[in-house]
Design a protein around this ligand. Structure first.
Ligand SMILES: Cc1cc2nc3c(=O)[nH]c(=O)nc-3n(C[C@H](O)[C@H](O)[C@H](O)COP(=O)(O)O)c2cc1C
Length: 331
């Protein structure tokens, strides 16, 4: 897929990069980003209008999502046989500006980079239990190394008591959040009644109608809100899977962007081995619970994501806005 020369190539390259980046994960599929291609550079911006103002007032999850989009841009540049040059932006007058990603020197992509690139559109958030059984040998070690390469740590939760505690904290958070009408309204905004062909949010084909309880059980988001929506069919998995916490040593804007890059890198590496991830971030959205998890279970590092990994039997759907809708300037 080495690029040809000329202005036509630049348009094609921008399209390819943005087409890939939009498949990054984001809370409630808010897709809080936009892109500005110019020449051999794509500038990534956050879209603060799409931040979850109730669940994510600080914009932490919004920036984790932008970090995931940034990693995807970098990987797409590698797939083109170029080295990505990333210039992180920090302009108080333009707080939405995240980074310039520039097509740098030529260098062929490695086999692993090519295979990870192939997972960008294949990857899906899983919701529910997993198939019983172990993960591929060596995968967890590899995931930890990938997180580390992005200056984050992936803490695998092996102690059964800690798994039980984290599951219980997810349940507490889910119940506490649902007591807040503004939170429920926000979920309803992003997971509306099924209709038409949405381009964002969580469609009813993205979560199961029925899930078996796993042991321990990690609460899912209540996207169906008692309406009976959700995908029918498939064998619900019964295993919790491997529980992990993605953490960073600091807790500022740059750390959140690092966490997002690490997240997407880990997710794509897992997908390469047909391993899916389920996210449970409710407890990290309740400040007291996040602080508890940080102090008790993360050795003082800052928990950014709570994830379960496993092999899923169900196939869920997801949607995205097309590249043209999230691009300012020529594609
Ligand atoms: C910061 C962040 C937090 C998330 N939290 C949850 C969560 O608590 N529950 C959940 O089911 N999905 C969660 N997700 C996954 C998103 O809902 C998912 O990425 C989005 O709906 C798009 O679907 P896809 O990942 O299958 O493409 C989270 C994603 C991110 C980036």
């Amino acid at each position: 897929m080495d690029a040809a020369n000329g202005p036509e190539r630049q348009e094609t390259v921008a399209q390819l990069l943005v087409d890939a980046a939009v498949w990054a994960p984001s809370p409630h599929n808010t897709q809080p980003w936009w892109f500005e291609p110019h020449g051999e550079t794509v500038t990534l911006h956050s879209d603060t209008e799409r931040r979850l103002s109730v669940a994510d007032p600080s914009g932490r999850e919004m920036l984790i999502s932008c970090g995931a989009a940034l990693f995807t841009l970098r990987l797409a540049v590698r797939r083109l046989g170029r080295l990505p040059e990333v210039r992180m932006a920090s302009d108080p007058d333009r707080p939405g500006l995240i980074a310039d990603v520039i097509l740098g020197e030529p260098q062929s992509a490695t086999d692993e980079e090519r295979r990870m690139y192939d997972q960008i559109r294949r990857r899906r958030t899983h919701r529910g239990g997993f198939r019983a059984g172990a993960l591929p040998v060596g995968l967890l070690q590899s995931l930890r190394a990938h997180a580390c390469a992005e200056h984050a740590s992936l803490r695998i939760v092996a102690d059964p008591r800690v798994r039980i505690a984290l599951a219980a904290l997810s349940e507490v958070a889910e119940q506490v959040q649902c007591l807040d009408p503004a939170y429920v309204e926000e979920v309803a905004r992003w997971a509306p009644a099924p209709c038409g062909e949405p381009l964002d949010g969580v469609p009813e084909t993205a979560y199961p109608r029925d899930t078996d309880r796993t042991d321990p059980h990690f609460a899912g988001r209540d996207f169906a809100r008692g309406q009976g929506w959700g995908l029918v069919g498939g064998e619900p998995g019964e295993a919790t899977g491997v529980v992990a916490v993605l953490a960073t040593t600091g807790d500022g804007r740059d750390d959140w962007l690092r966490a997002g890059q690490a997240l997407q890198r880990v997710l794509l590496r897992a997908t390469k081995d047909d391993v899916s991830a389920a996210f449970h971030t409710q407890a990290l959205e309740v400040p007291e619970l996040r602080e508890f998890i940080r102090a008790r279970f993360c050795d003082g590092t800052y928990p950014q994501m709570m994830v379960r990994f496993g092999v899923a039997d169900d196939e869920f759907d997801s949607v995205r806005r097309p590249a043209a809708d999230v691009t300012v300037g020529e594609l």
